[in-house]
Design a protein. Structure first.
Length: 335
């Protein structure tokens, strides 16, 4: 059995910088046509100069591969209309992090509501710049996303023309919210389609599956699968592939993030095929994102075959999801 995926897109990707970028960028660029690049570097990407120089470093790191990095800015409530008007030419979206909620988000926003962020969000709405949000409260870890849903509702209601993307959703309540507001969209990761909290902490602790938002309950995973498997038009694949060196994962104080970029398409084929919905994968990994963001990425065709392959143990000093395990599909060629 074979499938050809056209112009795969990863609409939520952490590539990092420096030596790590040199490992990660070619791995995504090999199989994907493009990706939305997250701005949580140290320091975060908050100026047009930083966007452009980061983009240049990414393009250098991908080598010969054809790949479009769709850049983002790290949300600041101090951005002016004039700045955003200029920035729009250089970016695809702006990513909003609650302060301190995850890796390198200390410079995020401490008060997220429609009143405090009115000026920037009105400007983004008028300029048609999508807002990507890491939607978690500061509450109990399993409830953080659910508690944040009222914030999504308020923003969606108050700024009806602003495209809001609920990033890496993990709960059935978030899936349900898609139906309530026209301007709400979502990304779903590979790992949240695969795992629940049981896989992370139900037996021996598995640090390489620890991420934010934490994986939730079986019924939540079921709702995510239902949305992805049916290629819900408001849902896109966003891997949230988030590499950390092995020393930061297998350590006291494990960093949050699952590294999935090099195995994402193979594992998605496996999952979709087993659910007998392989025909819907094209929409989930590309078409929906093209429609939602109005993108025309470079052409790429990834041919995958149903043949077992063993996942590499490490890429540089990063351990991928399914390290040394077998996946039922492999990439045969990229055209
Ligand atoms: O698990 C995560 N890792 N979640 C995030 O939101 C950020 C990411 C990272 O940058 O490491
Ligand atoms: Zn992320």
């Amino acid at each position: 059995m074979k499938i050809i995926l056209k112009d795969p897109l990863d609409m939520h990707l952490h590539l990092r910088d420096g030596e790590m970028l040199k490992i990660t960028a070619p791995l995504s660029a090999k199989y994907f046509s493009g990706a939305l690049i997250m701005p949580n570097l140290i320091p975060p990407v908050t100026s047009i100069e930083q966007v452009e120089s980061y983009k240049k470093r990414i393009l250098q790191a991908i080598g010969e591969n054809v790949f479009k990095p769709y850049m983002t800015l790290f949300f600041k409530d101090s951005y002016s209309y004039e700045f955003l008007k200029e920035a729009k030419k250089h970016i695809t979206a702006i990513k909003l992090y609650p302060a301190g909620i995850t890796t390198n988000s200390e410079g995020g926003v401490s008060k997220i509501d429609s009143f405090s962020l009115k000026e920037v969000l009105e400007a983004m709405s008028e300029l048609e710049i999508p807002l990507c949000v890491h939607g978690e409260s500061e509450g109990f870890v399993m409830d953080r996303e659910s508690e944040f849903l009222s914030v999504y509702e308020e923003l969606a209601r108050e700024f009806p023309k602003l495209k809001i993307i609920m990033e890496h959703i993990t709960t059935k309540d978030a899936v349900n919210l898609l139906e309530k507001y026209e301007n709400l969209y979502a990304t779903i990761t590979l790992h949240h389609l695969y795992i629940t909290l049981d896989d992370v902490a139900g037996g021996l602790l598995r640090p390489h599956l620890f991420c934010k938002p934490i994986a939730k309950r079986p019924e939540d995973r079921m709702a995510l699968r239902k949305a992805a498997f049916s290629a819900h038009p408001k849902v896109m694949f966003g891997s949230d592939s988030a590499p950390h060196p092995v020393s930061k994962k297998e350590s006291l104080g494990c960093a949050a993030g699952v590294f999935t970029a090099p195995i994402a398409l193979q594992a998605l084929c496996d999952l979709f095929e087993k659910a007998d919905v392989l025909d819907n994968l094209q929409k989930f990994v590309s078409d929906n994102a093209k429609n939602i963001y109005s993108l025309t990425p470079p052409k790429k065709e990834v041919v995958l075959v149903k043949e077992e392959y063993e996942v590499e143990e490490r890429f540089g000093d990063v351990v991928p999801m399914f390290s040394k395990e077998k996946i039922g599909w492999r990439v045969e060629s990229v055209l």
